[in-house]
Design a protein around this ligand. Structure first.
Ligand SMILES: Cc1cc2nc3c(=O)[nH]c(=O)nc-3n(C[C@H](O)[C@H](O)[C@H](O)COP(=O)(O)OP(=O)(O)OC[C@H]3O[C@@H](n4cnc5c(N)ncnc54)[C@H](O)[C@@H]3O)c2cc1C
Length: 584
């Protein structure tokens, strides 16, 4: 019989593993029987408590898309485990007050660089980890976990060096995992093998090597596959290596880019639809106009979490029926909105639904996506800074964002069937262009770079691309451009079947985790334990991106410090305490 040396093993110490550990020890400290627990912590990077997304060493040009006004990461209370005392730690907002880099200098919302949020998470984690390690409660192993398996009376975790650790239960908080290479990238990799002067980056981070590759004395063009947040980070990193932005106008946040060098690279982004992310409103006052009333949000929560309605649902109409009137009401209440929307309420609601179901279908009160890309960017910026009437689609995206927490908490672990959940998750993903939008300043930077001739938007929408002798030949209509550098800035969807990591592939092969739906992640119980082929064995839990199927909306930093880790921690601590009583 294998002996469990640890009560719990946590694999992955990004924000979610960090908070899960914190809550676990907090729950233990509250238990009547405080026992001597042993926790194994496995993390492959140096980014303890923050993970690579919030890497401390990344440049300031990688921004968070959550502003510090709403970055409510709650304070940690003092935790007394009898032997070890873990000091309290302030909330992000209180911590940021003493950190100038995290503070806004004017009335517009401030989006901190990701390294600032990372510093907060890292410092907080250090003050949790040290007392636990000092008192022999936790053991840290800085290695990649390559396998997790069930054992006779617990579970095991094997690390890359081949060491096998045994624990009563395992929590996997491994976040974004490597996935199968995209066929287009794979094709390009093969085609450029003998072409030394061409450079392909199959992922956008770290941005440093991309900036270095672009830094040549000759004219260089950098094509970027994707037109989302990662592309903006790449564009910004290259731009600030070649010049600087200055504010032209306080109110509109309009920027000017001044190159500091004679020769600057040209950056050519492209994507399938060529549509930009919609920026968030510039400040709290403008943002508040998109927030539904408390009563409307409560009603939405009631309807969405009604088990009877969930069981009778036949499609995503279940969600759309509930949210459409809320969006309609917010739109009608806007002071500065497009006046070409239907005045008839039913017709307006129909239009809202139609747009959510198919954003490609246009209407005159929605943004004209056929207009030149630069005008589209300007239009979005004007709506976000309050200088242009709000279009219906922009309003839908902002209201959707305000409803996110309610949608997520009401629909996670619902009675909805897998295919309806899959439909809803896909719709939610399609709303990300607006709901997870960047700060207005990011779009102003794109506009300033266009004006300075450094950003070329001619090839945005699905250009033809061929690898020629001197680079990637991009063709759009009559226009041609050649890029010597290609960056893939499209981040993979959380489709578990595409994950290529020994840890997850092994769990799938062993039938210890099963995807809830072809397109989605692992099925879990409400407290995070994976529902394996053998339903009675609940010893491995998964929180985060890979558990997307049953827990929707797991990808944002605020969710890492949310209800899901708390629910898991409560169950996990109860199990640990029961086990300790049993073995006493
Ligand atoms: C490029 C990018 C930018 C983002 N920007 C934002 C943003 O601005 N705002 C926002 O709210 N969200 C953002 N996100 C979403 C992000 O996923 C969450 O904010 C958050 O980082 C998720 O935390 P996590 O702990 O679940 O996963 P991660 O942050 O991915 O952490 C997982 C941890 O597990 C470790 N790990 C993985 N596999 C193993 C293994 N086999 N063995 C040992 N350790 C392992 C990793 O090293 C990492 O430390 C971004 C995501 C990406 C990919």
């Amino acid at each position: 019989m294998t002996k469990s040396n640890f009560d719990l093993a946590i694999v992955g110490l990004g924000p979610r593993g960090h908070y899960a550990l914190e809550r676990f020890v907090q729950e233990l400290s509250r238990a009547d029987t405080v026992k001597a627990v042993r926790i194994l912590l496995v993390e492959e990077t140096e980014q303890l408590g923050n993970g690579p997304v919030w890497d401390l060493s990344q440049p300031d040009s990688n921004w968070s898309n959550v502003n510090d006004r709403i970055l409510e990461l709650p304070a940690r209370p003092e935790i007394n485990l009898g032997t070890a005392l873990i000091k309290s730690f302030p909330s992000y907002l209180d911590w940021a007050v003493t950190n100038p880099a995290a503070r806004s200098k004017d009335n517009s919302d401030h989006y901190p660089p990701r390294n600032v949020v990372g510093t907060y998470l890292h410092e907080r984690f250090a003050t949790l980890l040290h007392p636990l390690v000092e008192h022999g409660i936790a053991k840290l192993v800085q290695e990649r976990a390559v396998a997790a398996a069930l054992t006779e009376n617990g579970a095991s975790v094997t690390t890359r060096s081949g060491v096998k650790f045994f624990a009563d239960q395992v929590l996997l908080t491994v976040g974004h995992q490597p996935t199968q290479q995209d066929p287009q990238i794979e094709g390009w990799q093969a085609e450029i093998e003998a072409k030394d002067e061409l450079c392909l980056f199959d992922e956008p981070y770290p941005v440093g090597p991309i900036v270095d590759a672009a830094k040549t004395s000759t004219e260089t063009a950098v094509a970027v596959r994707g037109y989302g947040l990662a592309t903006i980070d790449v564009v910004r990193a290259i731009a600030v290596a070649y010049g600087s932005f200055s504010l032209r106008d306080e109110q509109s946040r309009e920027l000017k880019f001044a190159p500091a060098e004679q020769v600057v690279p040209t950056i050519i982004p492209f994507s399938l639809d060529g549509l930009p992310m919609g920026p968030k409103p510039v400040n709290e006052q403008l943002d508040r106009q998109f927030a539904p009333s408390e009563e409307a949000v409560e009603r939405l929560g009631r309807e969405l979490s009604d088990p009877g309605l969930q069981a009778r649902a036949t499609g995503e109409a279940f969600l759309l029926d509930a949210i459409t009137p809320i969006i309609g009401s917010v739109f009608r209440g806007l002071e500065n909105r497009r006046d070409d929307a239907p005045s008839d309420i039913d017709a307006l609601h129909q239009l809202v639904r139609a747009w959510i179901e198919d954003p490609a279908q246009g209407h005159k009160c929605c943004l004209d996506t056929d207009q030149p890309p630069i005008d589209l960017l300007k239009n979005l910026v004007q709506m976000a800074n309050g200088s242009a009437p709000v279009s219906l689609d922009y309003c839908i995206g902002q209201v959707w964002r305000h409803c996110h927490p309610t949608i997520y908490s009401s629909l996670s672990h619902s009675a909805l069937s897998d295919h309806i959940l899959a439909e809803i998750i896909l719709t939610d993903e399609s709303m990300k262009r607006y709901a997870f939008g960047p700060p207005i300043e990011s779009l102003q930077q794109l506009l300033a770079l266009c004006e300075a001739g450094m950003l070329d938007l001619e090839y945005l929408a699905d250009p033809d691309i061929n690898v020629a002798d001197h680079g990637w030949l991009l063709t759009s209509g009559e226009n041609h451009a050649t890029a010597q550098i290609m960056v893939n800035a499209v981040l993979d969807a959380p489709k578990i079947a595409d994950v290529r990591s020994p840890l997850i592939e092994g769990l799938l092969e062993d039938g210890l985790v099963a995807p809830v739906h072809d397109e989605l992640g692992v099925a879990t119980t409400a407290d995070g334990y994976v529902i394996s082929q053998n339903d009675s064995v609940l010893r491995i839990a998964v929180l985060g991106r890979l558990a997307k199927g049953t827990i929707i909306g797991v990808d944002a930093i605020l969710e890492c410090f949310g209800e899901r880790p708390r629910t898991w921690a409560s169950s996990a601590a109860k199990r640990a305490v029961v086990k300790s009583v049993e073995t006493q």
